[in-house]
Design a protein around this ligand. Structure first.
Ligand SMILES: [Fe+2]
Length: 304
């Protein structure tokens, strides 16, 4: 069987101020990665860096790293070359193992042998909903988390200049369509699990729309929302998405992209059939903020 990617490991972006990025990502609840050459962040307990920040004049998505199953990378490279994909030398300022190529928008793509970090084992959250009443003699209010501690990088959504071209390219890496909304938006997965781990929004030029991080409970999601609000990052949410159905809160980052806490995303298997739905972005909750789908990323090319 042709090798395929197994998911999203990490993304890299340039920002005008690493100091500002440091404060923002820490406030969101990610942990700085010791010894990172640039500025790295990951979920608490994650084995490897999940965000890399590089300083440059503008904020811009720089690369996305995708996992390839152990022992399959060389074969993957040969397979890509046989289909006309050009493998490149790594960008000079990035030290990461594996294969490097560029997507149709010129964004760097890194393939390396690893699996997405599954996150820490989390305690079961017992909610007395409907006919199931598992929480007995335990007062929920006495077990509130103090802050949001993201557990797992769930998905990355990119603005792309040509949705169809990006879909062809990433299908070639092994992504499968989860659901779409016409030629505006599409969600993709590499393996059974979350409804989407990657996706695209049609735009005039490439960019990072948002990254999304799973937290352990609805309480944690809302405690995190309140803390972000107090620190000057008022969010959008709580809401429940259409495609993917996850409960969400989003926060604008200092450079015009968004970052999301989520829980309760639809899980899909090999049997999932993709559909084209004109689904609402949110099924309920506060109105979508202006600028939620405005790509403010610079079009200036940044050499890495
Ligand atoms: Fe999301």
């Amino acid at each position: 069987m042709r090798p395929t990617v197994n998911g999203v490991l990490k993304y890299g972006m340039t920002v005008p101020s690493l100091a500002e990025a440091d404060v923002f990502y820490r406030t969101f609840g990610l942990s700085p990665v010791e010894g990172a050459r640039t500025l790295g962040f990951a979920c608490e307990g994650a084995a490897t860096e999940q965000v890399e920040l590089l300083e440059a004049r503008h904020k811009r998505i720089a690369y996305v790293s995708f996992g390839v199953d152990e022992g399959r990378l060389t074969e993957f490279g040969r397979d890509l070359e046989s289909r006309g994909v050009v493998l490149k030398d790594p960008p000079r300022s990035i030290e990461a193992p594996g294969l490097w190529l560029q997507d149709p928008d010129g964004m760097w793509v890194n393939l390396r042998e690893a699996r997405p970090d599954p996150g820490r084992p989390l305690p079961v959250v017992e909610m007395n909903v409907g006919t199931a009443k598992p929480r007995v003699d335990v007062a929920a209010w006495r077990n509130m988390p103090e802050k949001a501690v993201p557990n797992r990088l769930g998905h990355v959504l990119l603005y792309v200049s040509d949705l169809a071209a990006s879909e062809r390219f990433y299908s070639g890496l092994g992504f499968r369509l989860s659901d779409r909304t016409g030629q505006i938006l599409s969600f993709w997965h590499a393996r059974p699990g979350d409804h989407h781990t990657f996706g695209f929004v049609q735009s005039t030029h490439p960019g990072l729309h948002h990254s999304s991080w799973e937290v352990g409970s609805l309480d944690m999601l809302m405690v995190g929302r309140e803390l972000m609000d107090q620190k000057g990052h008022p969010g959008w949410g709580l809401g429940r998405h259409g495609l993917g159905s996850n409960l969400f809160t989003y926060f604008p980052d200092p450079w015009g992209s968004w970052i999301e806490y989520f829980i309760d995303i639809d899980q899909i298997s090999e049997n999932w059939e993709p559909h084209d739905y004109d689904a609402p972005t949110s099924m309920w909750g506060p109105r979508m903020p202006q600028g939620f789908v405005v790509n403010s990323e610079s079009t200036e090319r940044i050499e890495l």
